[in-house]
Structures are given as structure tokens and as C-alpha cells.
Design a protein around this ligand. Structure first.
Ligand code: URA
Ligand code: URA
Length: 252
């Protein structure tokens, strides 16, 4: 005589067969066998749903992992450290510079040298802190002797900048100097003409301004950068509540 557990199994199989027959009558012809999983990151440049296959925005960590010990362009040969970026991965505001200098190359962090100290003052002047924004560069490795990055080096590296910006989705971008502004905007207009006017990068308002290293050589241009930063502050304030209300002093 079958025992109780055998009876239970027969009963369960019978119930499953009845359910499948019923579903088949309803038109169900196949099942997806895998358990639901978190969607994989979207391929670079794709959006949240590609061809109906759900995918999610990749994270900064995933982008950094993919960059890895990058050997994609000749800048890798002379660099000490790759400089990915620092700050809040949910920042409202991202500053984009050109490329690491000597101190940045040593420390693996953007804008920590003299130009970086001036950038810190700019960030402070608009009522934010370094930890509240995100800071990165167009090229992630130091061009030897701080030469200009070559177009091929920019072309190879800027895809990662674009992916960082897509991951952060900031409310605003400040492009510091000609390389950041021209490469993000795909324009060849001089920075002296671009600065001070809102542009748009991938639907995100972008303010081009002078590079802090340029300001070190041309301190009188701080006045213009301060005008540009006032526009950024105004827009941050109009957009929202998370803006801290410190006393704002002109940049000196
Ligand atoms: N200049 C830049 O453009 N980026 C840095 O990180 C430092 C100096
Ligand atoms: N040239 C640059 O590359 N950046 C500036 O900000 C000004 C001149």
C-alpha cells in the first residue's frame, strides 16, 4: 500500500498537471525558468530599457572596474596613478576638468594641487563642499609634463567621462576650461566665448567657465568665473531644497 508521502506526491503532481492544462487552455505555451534577477547594467550609451530588455544604469564602481588598470592609450605609460574622480555619486553638480597634473597623478585624486585649492575655494564660494559635488576630468591619466591631451587620447577616454555623467545624472555640470567644454559640447568655439552661457549636455544644463589653472595665471578673470558661478548658484537655488544657505562671498 502506498505510504502517505507517495500519496502527497501523486496529489501534487495531479494538481500541477491540472493547473498546466488550465493555463494551456488560456494560451500559455511557455515559462521563463530563471528566478527574477536584478537587471544587468545597460550597455554603454543605451538607456534603461533596450529592445524591451530591462537594464539599469551602471554605477560609478562598475565604470571604475571596467577602466581597471587602463592601457587604452599611451598616457598609461607615464602615469603613476589613474585619476577616476571623487565626490558624491548622487551629486547635484559635477565639475569636469582637463586631466590630472603632477599631484593628482601622485595621489590618484583630481584637483588636489594648486589649481585644486582654487577649485575648492570656488566650490566653497557657491555654498557647497567638495564632498557634496563630484569632480572628474576628461582624461584620467596625466599627460606628461602637463602637455595638452591629444585628440586621440581625449577620444579614447571621454567615453568613460560620459558614462560617469550618465551614472550620476547631475542637475548641472560645470566645464572647467576649453578641453572639458569643447569635448563635452563637441564645439570648437573658444572658451572665452563659451563661458558664461548655459549650454546643454545630454539634457543636462552645462556652464562652461575658465579653468582654475588659467585663473592662477590670470587672476583678473576670477571676476568672470564668479559671474558664471552666480548663475550656477541661482539655478541650484531655483531647483531646490537641498541647497545649503551659507553666506556667499565673491571669489578672491
Ligand atoms: N587640472 C585639471 O584639469 N584636473 C585636475 O585634476 C588637476 C588639475
Ligand atoms: N585655456 C584653457 O584651456 N582654459 C581656460 O580656462 C582658458 C584658456
Amino acid at each position: 500500500m502506498p505510504d502517505q508521502s507517495t500519496n502527497d506526491i501523486h496529489e501534487a503532481v495531479g494538481a500541477a498537471r491540472a493547473l498546466l492544462t488550465q493555463l494551456h487552455d488560456y494560451g500559455v505555451t511557455e515559462f521563463i525558468a530563471s528566478a527574477p534577477r536584478e537587471p544587468a547594467p545597460c550597455p554603454p550609451g543605451e538607456t534603461i530599457s533596450h529592445n524591451g530588455v530591462p537594464c539599469r544604469q551602471e554605477t560609478l564602481e562598475e565604470i571604475a572596474v571596467e577602466l581597471g588598470d587602463c592601457q587604452r592609450c599611451p598616457l598609461c605609460e607615464k602615469r603613476t596613478r589613474l585619476v577616476f574622480g571623487v565626490g558624491d555619486s548622487n551629486a547635484r553638480l559635477v565639475f569636469v576638468g582637463e586631466g590630472p597634473g603632477r599631484e593628482e597623478d601622485q595621489r590618484g585624486e583630481p584637483f588636489v594641487g594648486e589649481a585644486g585649492q582654487l577649485l575648492d575655494r570656488i566650490i566653497d564660494a557657491i555654498g557647497l563642499s567638495r564632498a557634496e559635488v563630484y569632480i572628474c576630468n576628461v582624461v584620467k591619466c596625466r599627460p606628461p609634463g602637463n602637455r595638452d591631451p591629444h585628440p586621440e587620447e581625449i577620444a579614447t577616454c571621454e567615453v568613460f567621462l560620459r558614462r560617469q555623467l550618465a551614472a550620476i545624472q547631475p542637475e548641472m555640470i560645470v566645464a572647467l576650461g576649453k578641453f572639458a567644454a569643447q569635448s563635452l559640447l563637441r564645439k570648437t568655439i573658444p572658451i572665452s566665448q563659451l563661458r558664461g552661457h548655459w549650454e546643454e549636455y545630454a539634457g543636462i544644463p552645462l556652464m562652461p567657465t575658465f579653468h582654475p589653472a588659467y585663473l592662477l595665471r590670470n587672476p583678473s578673470s576670477k571676476r568672470e568665473v564668479w559671474e558664471d558661478m552666480k548663475q550656477v548658484m541661482r539655478r541650484l537655488r531655483e531647483n531646490g531644497e537641498r541647497f545649503s544657505h551659507k553666506d556667499h562671498k565673491p571669489l578672491t
